[in-house]
Design a protein around this ligand. Structure first.
Ligand code: CP
Length: 307
């Protein structure tokens, strides 16, 4: 029987091509399950999963919780803002206290890059990184690739541009690793100040002209400007950012082809993407969200099978 090469999902960087293929094959099965009238399977009935979120989340948190419930796992939710972390408790003490209540798996979002890696070395449970600072967001990249594969049939040879705040984006880094592993051609596009200096060493090209990037690509993944991770200004004004790096219907209609539009959310409508694009038939934003549940079911099922 096939199994993952890893015991934790800490980043796409630690996966190989076979892992991604296995996750997608398993997600295909779970996608069929969640579209049945009875959406629940007893697969993780004896597994307890803790979702611990030290940063805000809508999609990821709900998606993991729904995936856990569809797999019949017992679920506990922990939010840092209502916890003893506020009283000075360390990350390891917090998590070890949760684990002493016989928790098997931890899904964690944390503002510090590497928090999940650190935790995996100190606690005895499977760790899933639900976003660690500006580092990685592996399940987002998996659901993004899965959605491209579903829409275009294959990822190999496809041209994908990631547009926006690449510097502060864990979604960008995880997507780059995932897309390159699967043979896509990847460009990043945004203001020079929001593109990391040595990004080309990851095998991607930089394009600072959005029109040229869109003319080249099959898929454009639009990212939000992460103001919460900025302590200085990286561009003159939001209006100028939108003029240069925002996608709107007029721009898309002026291309001589139909490209696929993605966005991981949350969307800032009217900044990086207009409503008429986000809600158009070129957009697969809601399909991404739907696929997130099947992908997360697959990841948790495959990690639980390794215990
Ligand atoms: N895509 C994503 O991570 O969204 P949330 O921050 O709402 O979880």
């Amino acid at each position: 029987m096939s199994e993952l090469s890893v015991d934790h999902l800490l980043g796409i960087k630690y996966l190989d091509k076979k892992d991604i293929a296995l996750i997608f094959e398993t997600a295909d099965h779970f996608k069929e399950v969640i579209n049945r009238s009875i959406k629940k399977v007893p697969t993780l009935r004896d597994t307890t999963i803790a979702n611990i979120f030290f940063e805000n989340s809508t999609r990821t948190r709900l998606s993991f919780e729904l995936a856990e419930k569809r797999l019949s796992a017992d679920v506990v939710n922990f939010s840092a803002s209502q916890s003893s972390v506020k009283k000075g408790e360390t990350l390891i003490d917090t998590v070890n206290n949760i684990l002493s209540m016989k928790v098997d798996m931890v899904v964690m979002r944390h503002p510090n890059p590497g928090a999940g890696i650190f935790l995996s070395k100190h606690v005895d449970a499977s760790i899933i990184n639900a976003g660690d600072g500006a580092h990685e967001h592996p399940t987002q990249a998996l659901l993004d690739s899965y959605s491209i594969r579903e829409k275009l049939g294959d990822i190999r040879g496809k041209n994908v541009v990631i547009v926006g705040d690449i510097l502060h984006s864990r979604v960008a880094l995880s997507n780059i690793f995932a897309l390159k592993l699967q043979g896509a051609n990847v460009k990043v596009c945004g203001p020079k100040t929001l593109i990391p200096k040595h990004i080309e060493s990851l095998g991607v090209k930089v394009e600072t002209n959005l029109r040229k990037a869109l003319e080249w690509c099959d898929v454009a993944n639009m990212l939000r400007v992460q103001n919460e991770r900025m302590d200085i200004s990286y561009f003159p004004s939001t209006r100028e950012y939108t003029q240069q790096f925002g996608v709107n219907k007029q721009l898309l209609n002026s291309l001589d082809k139909q490209i696929v539009i993605m966005h991981p959310g949350p969307i800032n409508r009217g900044v990086e993407i207009t409503s008429d694009v986000a809600d158009s038939d070129q957009s697969i934003i809601l399909e991404q969200v739907e696929n997130g549940v099947a992908i997360r079911m697959a990841v948790m099922y495959l990690l639980a099978a390794k215990k």
